[in-house]
Ligand binder design. Structure first.
Ligand SMILES: Cc1cc2nc3c(=O)[nH]c(=O)nc-3n(C[C@H](O)[C@H](O)[C@H](O)COP(=O)(O)OP(=O)(O)OC[C@H]3O[C@@H](n4cnc5c(N)ncnc54)[C@H](O)[C@@H]3O)c2cc1C
Length: 458
């Protein structure tokens, strides 16, 4: 139906709420944004989320990447660290394990994460509304004055002094007409993956096999001995096994095997399905991707049981609640963070935090990955959260202003949380002061973030 259209008549819709700060999207960035904004005294904050749980990609069984820098120090502190510490107190998060490949890994329990997210929202007085999709914006000239939501109840409006777009896809910015980029120079994004876990894995057998037989079980970059101890890890490699399985007729979408520890001793989460060329902002493509991933995962389970030691008697346990999206749209902001900034450990006067995770590119075409490390850590400038020309709006998480390659670093969850904390604070301070986010006194913002424990380089 490409060229067929209908006219939608204008209609009066009810205003459901009016707040100081509206956060759209309850993933790692959105949760921190809402909490951070609510901690500014007297700020009325609302968080809206289209799914039935909070946490976004934190509920997919993935480790939080990016808490440590390459020198082993914590570069993400403030509210994100407090979140992890609270999970840890309940036995629902691990320590940050330094890792030669991914710099650090912090495992979290998806269900514990959802519960803690609720508790925090309640503690700090954030009004949460779930099962609502932000479908449009209310503009006052070039200023976002609120959003339109859709739910079973129909269309409603929420008015806000400042909106924070934490949708991952930049839905609010896009509707507001902000300049956006999509994927790489050819307009192709990193591929999505549907995560799943396996239980009943003989982890001792797996670890010993990898440590004792690097000639058979080839692991990328890290010596096999690293995996011997019963500690957090992500195994990336077994390229030999993939080759053998392919030769035997297995249809595998990736060049290497990748799985990581879960919270239970016999639990491993598998990150191997891959659908290149999917635009996850198109429901038909998203649907097709999900279906392809389900089929790929069935073959991957068969492969793991046949080729990876310790998986022989394992079973598929949980499947992530949705296919995870690595990349779609991102804003063009007052500053575009580049990969060169990352490799140069760039410093910015308007830093709102620091990140250190490498450029971790799952190739938009083909089934391989490339990692390019930052020598230490880099500042994230406030300007990369502020869209060009559109007022009343800040963006955080994986839709910030960055190049395709820089996004492949800053998008992981610890920096995404750090960006959320900064955006939420800036939104609340802007609302309080009655100024545009782009005009906010950066020193005031930086001081507020320092007071909350955010790490800045000396
Ligand atoms: C397969 C995969 C593996 C990854 N591996 C890792 C890893 O190991 N470690 C790591 O740290 N990072 C990893 N990442 C990256 C990381 O998970 C994301 O980049 C990060 O979660 C981005 O955070 P976010 O808050 O911006 O977005 P999200 O986590 O996507 O959260 C966005 C939230 O907004 C909601 N939302 C979206 N649109 C709307 C709307 N219009 N209205 C209302 N709500 C909306 C969504 O439902 C969601 O809850 C991975 C990503 C994928 C996809």
């Amino acid at each position: 139906m490409e060229n067929k259209f209908i006219e939608e008549p204008a209609r009066r819709i009810p205003v459901r709420d009016e707040v100081d700060v509206l956060v759209v999207g309850g993933g790692p960035a959105g949760l921190m944004a809402a909490q951070s904004a609510a901690l500014v005294e007297g700020t009325k904050v609302m968080l809206i989320e289209n799914r039935g749980s909070l946490g976004g990609n934190m509920t997919q069984g993935l480790p939080l990447l990016g808490f440590l820098g390459r020198k082993g120090n914590e570069v993400i502190k403030g509210l994100p660290l407090r979140f992890v510490e609270r999970l840890r107190e309940r036995g629902q998060a691990t320590h940050h394990r330094a890792c030669p490949l991914h710099v650090s890994l912090t495992m979290i329990d998806p269900e514990g994460t959802k519960r803690l997210a609720w508790e925090i929202m309640e503690e700090c007085g954030v009004k949460v509304l779930m099962y609502v999709m932000c479908v449009d914006v209310i503009m006052n000239g070039s200023r976002v004055a609120g959003v339109i939501i859709e739910s079973k109840k129909g269309r409603e409006a929420i008015l806000a002094k400042t909106v924070v777009d934490c949708t991952g896809d930049g839905d609010v910015a896009f509707r507001a007409g902000a300049e956006m980029k999509y994927g790489n120079d050819d307009g192709i994004a990193q591929p999505p993956t549907l995560m799943f876990s396996m239980r009943g894995v003989d982890s001792r057998k797996l670890r010993d096999a990898v440590a004792d037989h690097p000639d058979i079980y080839d692991i990328d970059f890290i010596p096999g001995e690293f995996f011997r101890s019963d500690d957090n890890c992500t195994m990336v490699g077994f390229r030999n096994q993939i080759k053998q399985a392919r030769a035997a007729g297995y249809k595998l979408p990736v060049e290497r095997t990748i799985f990581m520890t879960g919270m239970a001793g016999d639990e491993w989460w598998v990150n191997m399905s891959r659908v290149n060329g999917i635009d996850a902002t198109d429901p038909e493509q998203y649907t097709r991707g999900e279906e392809i991933c389900i089929r790929q995962n069935a073959e991957i389970v068969r492969y793991l049981k046949a080729y990876i030691p310790g998986f022989e008697n394992a079973w598929l346990d949980r499947v992530a609640p949705f296919m995870g999206i690595r990349e779609t749209r991102r804003i063009v902001g007052e500053y575009v963070l580049t990969e060169q900034d990352i490799f140069d450990c760039a410093r910015f006067d308007d830093a709102i935090g620091v990140a250190a995770y490498p450029v971790d590119l799952h190739h938009p075409v083909g089934g391989d990955c490339t990692l390019m490390w930052c020598p230490d850590c880099y500042d994230i400038p406030y300007r990369s959260l502020v869209p060009l020309k559109i007022d009343g709006l800040l963006c955080a998480g994986r839709n910030i202003s960055a190049t395709h390659l820089a996004l492949a670093s800053v998008r992981v969850m610890a920096p995404a949380m750090c960006l959320g904390e900064a955006a939420g604070k800036a939104a609340a301070l802007s609302a309080k002061q009655g100024c545009e986010p782009r005009k906010l006194d950066i020193k005031l913002l930086q001081q507020a973030l320092k007071d909350e424990g955010v790490y800045f380089r000396p």
